[in-house]
Design a protein around this ligand. Structure first.
Ligand code: UD1
Length: 360
């Protein structure tokens, strides 16, 4: 039986887990991967496993979509069965998705230690399901593995004993740096017939796309951006119906794509003049790639991408003027100060902390 179990469910989990699994494999650890099936489309899941060299999951629970309660309940039932039969020495969870909190809660009740990768990030916005998931997962975790220094203070303020917190850096950036040579912007331009200069948008947060009215307002501003430059938008399945119903592709300069795999997506980001997003991970990836990032949210749990990176928060009304500014600005030359420990070696540091914990 494997002694370390990784629980993966949704697209961003795969990108964060790849370097951790690789480092633990290199250290000879016994490990298994449980895919919850929260994401299940080929383009939301399998393609990431292939491209990132992730091992085939030992089991896929096939939980799929549903309301928060239905999905979380399904995740918990499936994970309880697996954890009970596998009796792992440690469960590793990633990020802030429903699979993360479900796994932490089930493991804690079975007295199985939990390691949380990307602990301590806070948007302080409890209307976001991710903030609920983060806070509760950290309370249940024996190891809080931190990607950004301010997270240490957040965890301490919530009473997490300091000994549980380890500043290890950002494994999502390990994956980015490892694949830098594979991000072929010319190839992705040719394959998707993209113009030389374009803005890339990704929008899937419930607050932006779940209401038809809000989605329609967003589309009006996106059309405003498309008046300035071509707008390429790989559409996450969550917002697809509302954004298209609001006429997203009724503008000659808007190009709607299906979700892209990791390599093509980051290649498209790398080649973009600016990015418009409400994703968490993309705020970090654009920080390292030096691509201007406009985040369509009132807050971010990743403030280091503003202080050290290219990110800025914008309201709908700010989208057109801020995009114009980003398109007109000279890109700063030379090297920028990157966030500490976003250096490509977070995976091995995480493996070291985990293996030490298991020996003690
Ligand atoms: C989830 C995470 C979010 C993360 C995002 C990354 C939670 C609460 N949210 O949001 O933090 O940023 O993943 O993508 O865990 N769907 C498909 N095919 C799929 C997966 C989803 O069509 O493979 C559609 C379904 O209509 C589903 C909807 O997308 O109802 C939402 O999927 P879900 O996993 O519940 O949340 P995401 O919006 O993807």
């Amino acid at each position: 039986m494997a002694s370390i179990v990784h629980v993966l469910g949704a697209r961003p989990n795969f990108v964060k887990a790849a370097p951790v699994i690789e480092a633990l494999r290199a250290a000879g650890a016994e490990q298994a991967v449980i895919h919850t099936g929260q994401h299940y489309d080929e383009r939301m899941s399998e393609i990431f496993f292939r491209e990132l060299g992730l091992p085939e999951p030992d089991v896929n629970l096939g939980v799929g979509s549903g309301s928060h309660a239905a999905q979380t309940a399904g995740l918990m039932l499936g994970l309880e069965r697996e954890f009970t039969s596998r009796s792992p020495a440690l469960v590793i969870v990633y990020g802030d998705v429903n699979s993360t909190i479900a796994a932490a809660l089930v493991a804690a009740k079975l007295h199985i230690p939990v390691a949380h990768v990307e602990a301590g990030l806070r948007s302080f916005d409890m209307t976001m399901p991710e903030e609920v998931n983060r806070r509760l997962t950290d309370q249940l975790s024996d190891l809080c593995l931190v990607t950004s220094p301010e997270a240490i203070g957040h965890l301490a303020a919530e009473g997490v004993p300091v000994g549980r917190t380890h500043f290890v850096g950002n494994p999502m950036i390990d994956t980015l740096l490892k694949n830098l040579d594979a991000f072929d912007t010319a190839k992705v331009r040719a394959e998707h017939d993209l113009p030389a200069r374009y803005v890339l948008a990704t929008l899937h947060r419930p607050a932006n796309v779940d209401s038809a009215r809000t989605a329609a307002a967003l589309v009006r501003h996106l059309h405003g951006i498309a008046d300035l430059a071509d707008l390429v938008i790989p559409v996450h399945p969550r917002g697809r119906a509302n954004l298209l119903a609001a006429g997203l592709d009724d503008h000659p300069a808007v190009r709607v794509l299906d979700p892209l795999g990791y390599i093509d997506f980051i290649a498209a980001v790398r080649g973009a003049a600016a990015v418009v997003t409400d994703s968490g991970g993309l705020q970090e990836e654009t920080t390292i790639l030096g691509v201007p990032c406009l985040t369509v949210r009132p807050n971010t749990e990743r403030p280091i991408t503003i202080t050290h990176g290219t990110n800025r928060l914008v309201a709908f009304e700010g989208l057109v003027p801020e995009t114009r500014k980003a398109l007109e600005a000279e890109r700063p030359a030379g090297t920028r100060v990157t966030p500490p420990l976003w250096d490509g070696a977070a995976g091995p540091r995480i493996a070291e902390v985990i293996l030490e914990f298991l020996v003690d």
